[in-house]
Write a protein that binds this ligand. Structure first.
Ligand code: SAM
Ligand code: SF4
Length: 339
């Protein structure tokens, strides 16, 4: 393969440039959030997982093809044994300028241990998933999580100089009474805050999904009763739309896969911990890059397989809860595809 072929950018059939890869490094997690996992999850045998070296080779192949932003996720990425070896490996692409941003989404449980190492690898900002500031509710949502441990992790991240964005899934009947407190807390701490609509990933039962679902149009209307919100044109390379909060100076993002479809500007694809590439979170089609990787020591077939997959990227997802039915549900869990 010539240099020019390697460097032609990844463009999908809808003329969207794909420069953002989310990499799930494990399907395992130390929490069991009610909207994400069942309490008794079956995890993949370790042999199925890409090794850290394979993760490096695959991620580096995407970077050679023009990926500029890498988000590491899971499962809980920081419970993967030896994960810092992978972050260290990816930091070479930051140093060379090939990669613009290396980041992760984490539940925060291991941040006290790893925040400084992450910063040393060139990670500048992280997403911490936190749906509530209430100890008892936190236990109810995460089943196995400890709120104080996450708070220690958040403090360690602040000390390490990492910028923090809090991700909160809007859950009717659970954290609806707390959204103002979360805006105030994030504003005071200088953290961005993003609300997410609960998506039908993994078979959790239709009734539970519909009970949990709180459209962000309603969340925004509730927030506007107390805070002065102004739309801003911030683009962090993800799907959120942002407002500025006049009273705190902070920012709030809204990720609305259900009430407002953002697929037209989608710039990302997702790699599972077993090397399957999903071109869309909400569609079943995938490409088995692990098979190509393991069959070929040379990268040319891998580049071709990635380009073939991008050429199949669909226009968008079909999630829909209108008519009081869950439509577009994906059988796989969010922890498999990577959030
Ligand atoms: N364990 C890490 C964490 O919780 O941040 C990373 C993986 S987790 C799957 C990534 C994100 O997906 C989290 O912010 C989580 O709240 C979100 N998530 C999980 N299941 C979801 C669902 N069904 N709908 C919407 N968001 C979901
Ligand atoms: Fe684990 Fe994250 Fe899923 Fe919660 S949302 S169970 S922390 S992978």
């Amino acid at each position: 393969m010539t240099q020019a072929q390697t460097q032609a950018p990844l463009i999908d059939p809808f003329a969207r440039s794909i420069d953002y890869l989310r990499v799930s490094v494990t399907d395992r997690c130390d929490f069991r959030c009610v909207y994400c996992m069942s309490e008794t999850m079956n995890f993949l045998p370790k042999a199925e997982l890409l090794s850290l070296e394979e993760l490096d080779r695959l991620s580096s192949a995407f970077i050679s093809l023009g990926v500029k932003k890498l988000r590491i996720t899971g499962g809980e990425p920081l419970v993967r044994k030896g994960i810092m070896t992978y972050f260290e490996a990816m930091s070479r692409h930051l140093a060379s300028g090939a990669l613009r941003e290396l980041t992760l989404t984490t539940n925060g449980s291991q941040l006290a241990k790893y925040a400084q190492d992450l910063a040393d690898c060139g990670v500048k900002r992280i997403n911490v998933s936190l749906d509530t500031l209430d100890d008892a509710k936190f236990k109810a949502i995460t089943r196995w999580g400890r709120f104080s441990q996450v708070m220690e992790g958040v403090e360690a991240a602040v000390t390490a100089g990492l910028s923090i964005k809090i991700n909160a899934v809007a859950l009717k009947g659970t954290n609806d009474s707390e959204i103002h407190d979360m805006v105030a807390w994030c504003g005071a701490r200088g953290f961005d805050l993003t609300f997410i609509e609960v998506m039908p990933m993994g078979d959790m039962g239709e009734e539970m999904r519909l009970d949990q679902y709180w459209p962000l149009s309603d969340v925004r209307a509730e927030l506007a009763r107390r805070w002065t919100l102004t739309d801003i044109a911030l683009n962090t390379g993800g799907p959120a739309r942002y407002v500025q909060v006049a009273e705190t100076g902070g920012r709030i993002g809204f990720i609305t896969p259900l009430t407002h479809n953002f697929c037209e500007s989608c710039n990302r694809v997702r790699l599972t911990c077993t090397g399957q590439l999903y071109m869309c979170l909400g569609q079943e089609d995938d490409a088995d890059l692990r098979a190509v990787l393991r069959a070929n020591p040379d990268n040319a077939p891998l580049y071709a397989a990635i380009r073939n997959a991008i050429a199949r990227k669909p226009k968008g997802h079909d999630f829909d809860y209108s008519r009081q039915k869950v439509a577009g549900e994906m059988s796989r869990h969010m922890s498999h595809t990577g959030g």
